[in-house]
Design a protein around this ligand. Structure first.
Ligand SMILES: N[C@@H](CCC(=O)N[C@@H](CS)C(=O)NCC(=O)O)C(=O)O
Length: 197
């Protein structure tokens, strides 16, 4: 199966970490979804990563649906399902704030989505659950990936809205094997598959 990803996508990282920790080998196809990759557009009309193409050419889009396909047991557990949805909601707000800012025209007022997403994150992050950095619990792992993305793209909000305990936990979480393997600096080498990470 082929997984379309980009090195910085937090949605793709959720899927890669699930595949890596469950030893599911997937070929990795590197694309830049923001630059209308022809390869991605051919595989999926939505032109977003992650996208999974099965061996019989069935397309599955949306990180949560791909995770459900690779690890259906997660969705039998309400706690894991809730923690995954929480982390994806956090990532969606952070991606919207960052991407809207990045594609903001030089002239004109800042797009209202930036302020909207930043205030949602500023209100939510102080109340985030405590991250246990070495936990094997999938809900904790999803939370760690989401907080790591906020730190990367919205460092000021991370510093002001994330508790000191969680900031320290994110630093420890970043050292974990699967976080190093899916770090953008490792992905820049374009490993061919999950098992080659
Ligand atoms: N709801 C989707 C969101 C995926 C998404 O927004 N991916 C970004 C990269 S982080 C992307 O492909 N952006 C390009 C675009 O939206 O055109 C999911 O969970 O998979």
């Amino acid at each position: 199966m082929k997984l379309f990803i980009s090195p910085t996508s937090p949605f793709a990282r959720l899927v890669m970490v699930v595949a890596y920790r469950k030893h599911i080998d997937l070929s990795l196809v590197f694309v830049n979804p923001w630059e209308n990759s022809a390869e991605l557009a051919t595989a999926t009309p939505f032109s977003q990563v992650p996208a999974l193409l099965t061996d019989d050419d069935v397309l599955i889009t949306e990180s949560s649906v791909i995770i459900g396909f690779l690890a259906p047991e997660f969705f039998a557990d309400s706690r894991t399902t809730s923690q995954l949805s929480y982390s994806i909601s956090l990532i969606s707000q952070a991606v919207r704030a960052f991407a809207t800012q990045r594609f903001q025209p030089d002239s004109g007022e800042p797009h209202p989505f930036i302020e909207r997403s930043e205030s949602i994150l500023s209100a939510m992050l102080p109340k985030a659950p405590t991250l246990e950095p070495l936990s094997k619990d999938w809900g904790q792992i999803f939370l760690g990936i989401a907080l790591t993305y906020v730190q990367l793209r919205l460092p000021e909000i991370f510093q002001t809205a994330v508790s000191i305990v969680n900031q320290d936990a994110v630093a420890k979480f970043a050292q974990r094997d699967f976080m190093q393997k899916t770090h953008m600096s490792n992905l820049e080498n374009h490993p061919a598959s999950i098992l080659a990470l």
